[in-house]
Design a protein around this ligand. Structure first.
Ligand SMILES: [Cu+2]
Length: 96
């Protein structure tokens, strides 16, 4: 694996606690929340996806179309995540 991947276009962080999976992307891609907030993901695609922390902090089961997943973030930090089925799908939760 190369140590530096090409920079992805910077996504503007959005203060939100819900993320919709649509068209093989997490939207908003970057959400900002306060510690103690529960973030809800909903799969609005016709494909199965997962919400999987890069660091193992959280991991959804396979979310079939229409399925939801939530995780409560108790500690400040930046949590990157991806879809294990489609690793090009990435998102971030920034907890303050
Ligand atoms: Cu996926």
């Amino acid at each position: 694996m190369p140590s530096s991947a090409p920079a992805a276009p910077a996504a503007a962080p959005v203060a939100a606690d819900s993320v919709t999976i649509h068209n093989f992307a997490f939207g908003p891609q970057v959400v900002t929340i306060k510690a103690g907030t529960t973030v809800h993901w909903k799969n609005g695609d016709a494909e199965a996806h997962t919400v999987t922390s890069d660091s193992g902090a959280f991991d959804s089961p396979v979310l079939q179309p229409g399925a939801s997943y939530s995780h409560t973030f108790t500690k400040p930090g930046t949590y990157s995540y991806h879809c294990t089925i489609h690793p090009f799908m990435t998102g971030k939760v920034v907890v303050s």
